[in-house]
Design a protein. Structure first.
Lengths: 317, 327
């Protein structure tokens, strides 16, 4: 029996449909909640978010994976209401975007404690929400080198993934060697790890993408849409064609079963301005048409967004 | 100095400005609900608001029963501060509660301040902290992402124990500028060097009598003569671990002798006593010394060692009033 934890309960892999594998309902660095410059009313939040999810659903989107870490404004009760009202399955994560987003209580914690936190959120539920996490988020802190805390989080995540069968999503794939060493040491098969943001403008050149695939990992081309062509691009933007060429090298180079794609957009950002006009629906409006224009067939598109996602997300016991 | 004769001197409490003369006996460095940042998300920590309220209300009633009038929650804006809870507690118990803004040390900050989403991720400078803290007084304290409530009555920061970091310095300077902007006092807990850390705040041209230096009953500071030097510079000297039985701090007997020495040296108007007790602790060990300990146990002992009634009253009532009164 296949099983994926969504915020409204477990569903079968057959129900996932097209998956946006790395997205955010709303993301903010810990502490941003203290700065009123980012505050919005609940009405504004719903107004910004619901139409995007409804459109995602209308476009044929099935599942939205929220990769917002524990201290970054993750809000399970809100996700539940959004999911129930829009029909979009929402998968929430446990874990942290990176060591630099883990607040002191967790930054000081042992691998064992962090693993128990993750396992609890996967098997018992997140806080008092009753919802169980469906993926584990880990990441590399700013600077592009794994810190001691990043490594502690990766090791705890690996143990939780082995114990529960839930997969791991990474924020950044740069400095992949220590990450893969940790996963190997903990006995986690590398196809349970999606090495994310291999396509981002800052780190793509120095991310060992081919080597990661050779080791057995999956690659996340999941910052689609953060383009230098935008009127006010963020610092991690990249020319659209560069990103697509990069992606096609893997899709058309025999690795279509090892890649996933997403837009890493915020429906309603919590602690930063966001990027105007960039939404999860970039997948339908630009990315999939671009893939078709580049000769990628429907079977491959289905593989990337449906089959690979289902294989990755299904709890593996 | 501003002429305060034309308007009644007031102190910011969670229920609004209160006449400074109404404060009574004040504990300046205490914690009501103290939550290590992030602990609210921990799988093994529960936050039962009814239970938290009941425990805190009991401790505040005990404080009041022993003559206490005002508690200052000096934990800043990011260590479990719960303004709505404190308002209800103050209404229920009749104890004035002064809540604080500020943050620190660096380790206790969220990534928003340390690795912001800019390239490079430059930590916040003093001016941005000053703006954040000033708004907590000018516009009210935040209930995160919900609303602003009443004004903070103090801006508090702490330096890293191993020595002040660059971000700690930005926090201290931001706190000093907040005090200059708004008239609230500054509380600092020094890291390694009491006088050096005080110097950072003084460098912002904040008058010394707007500053309280906490932790001066630490054994290393006392041995180096820091309490006397801080008093000589005109800042308030907080001997604020009263009741703590710990190798790093003076015993109550030694603490009482230090009080008497400072009085004798003419600094009776600079001394503050408090215990850094924690009403309810989450993500850290309990430290549930009664808030009344200073007034019910320590001060009688200090009197037995020679502290006059007049000086005791000055330390418990007049000095904290002078510190907390808005300028």
């Amino acid at each position: 029996m296949s099983r994926i934890n969504t915020v409204l309960g477990p569903i079968s892999a057959e129900e996932l449909g097209l998956v946006a594998i790395h997205e955010h309902i709303g993301y903010g660095m810990p502490g941003s909640e203290l700065d009123t410059k980012w505050w919005k009313t609940p009405e504004e939040r719903y107004e910004e978010t619901v139409p995007k999810l409804r459109k995602f659903h209308e476009n044929g989107g099935g599942t939205f994976v929220d990769a917002t870490g524990i201290c970054n404004g993750r809000d399970i009760d809100y996700y539940k209401s959004l999911s129930r009202k829009t029909g979009v399955h929402i998968v929430a994560c446990t874990g942290f975007v990176g060591g630099d987003t883990a607040l002191p209580h967790f930054a000081r914690a042992s691998v064992d404690y962090l693993a128990r936190q993750f396992i609890h959120e996967i098997t018992d539920g997140i806080g008092d929400t009753g919802s169980k996490a469906g993926v584990i988020k880990v990441g590399v802190s700013r600077g592009g080198r794994m810190t001691e805390l990043d490594k502690r989080i990766y090791r705890a995540a690996a143990r939780a993934a082995v114990a529960t069968g839930v997969p791991i999503l990474t924020h950044l794939a740069i400095d992949a060697r220590p990450a893969i060493d940790i996963f190997n040491e903990e006995g986690l098969p590398l196809d349970r790890v999606l090495f994310g943001h291999v396509d981002d403008g800052v780190n793509a050149e120095s991310t060992p993408d081919t080597w990661i695939i050779e080791q057995g990992g999956r690659l996340g081309f999941d910052t689609f849409g953060y383009e230098t062509e935008l009127p006010d691009p963020p610092f991690w933007a990249r020319p659209r064609k560069d990103r697509m060429d990069h992606f096609l090298r893997f899709v058309q180079g025999g690795h279509a079963d090892k890649v996933l794609a997403s837009a890493d957009a915020n429906c309603s950002p919590l602690g930063w301005p966001g990027v105007k006009g960039h939404t999860v629906n970039y997948i339908f409006e630009v990315l999939i048409p671009d893939l078709r224009n580049n000769g990628v067939d429907e079977e491959t598109i289905n593989k990337i967004f449906v089959e690979n996602a289902a294989d990755f997300l299904s709890i593996r016991n | 100095m501003t002429d305060t004769t034309t308007s009644t001197p007031t102190v910011n409490t969670v229920l609004g400005p209160v006449s400074a003369d109404e404060l009574g006996v004040v504990a300046v460095h205490e914690a009501l609900l103290s939550v290590v940042p992030g602990a609210e998300h921990a799988y093994d920590i529960t936050m039962d608001r009814a239970e938290i309220f009941e425990i805190l209300a009991g401790k505040l009633r005990d404080f009041r029963a022993h003559g206490g009038g005002t508690i200052v929650d000096s934990t800043g804006m990011f260590h479990g501060r719960d303004v709505n809870l404190y308002e209800a507690l103050s209404r229920s118990t009749g104890v004035h509660i002064v809540a604080s803004t500020g943050m620190g040390p660096e380790e206790m900050l969220g990534g928003y301040f340390l690795t912001p989403q800019t390239n490079p991720p430059t930590p916040w400078p003093a001016e941005k902290f000053a703006d954040l803290f000033t708004k907590e007084i000018a516009e009210g304290m935040v209930v995160p992402r919900v609303e602003r409530r009443g004004a903070a009555g103090l801006v508090a920061s702490t330096a890293t124990a191993e020595g002040m970091t660059a971000t700690d310095e930005s926090l201290f300077r931001g706190a000093a500028r907040t005090a200059l902007n708004t008239g609230v006092p500054v509380s600092i807990r020094y890291g390694k060097d009491a006088l050096g850390d005080l110097g950072v705040v003084l460098d912002e041209q904040l008058p010394a009598d707007r500053i309280v230096v906490g932790g001066l009953d630490r054994r290393d500071a006392a041995a180096a003569g820091a309490p006397l030097e801080v008093a000589q510079r005109g800042a308030f000297v907080a001997l604020d671990h009263v009741g703590l039985d710990d190798d790093a701090y003076l015993t109550d007997r030694e603490r009482a002798l230090l009080v008497l020495d400072l009085v004798k040296a003419g600094h009776g108007n600079r001394i503050l006593l408090s215990s850094n007790a924690i009403g309810v602790a989450k993500g850290q060990p309990d430290y549930d010394l009664p808030f009344s300990y200073v007034v019910s146990k320590f001060v009688p002992f200090a009197k037995s060692q020679g502290l006059s009634d007049e000086d005791a009253r000055r330390i418990l009532v007049d000095n904290p009033r002078d510190l907390l009164t808005l300028r």
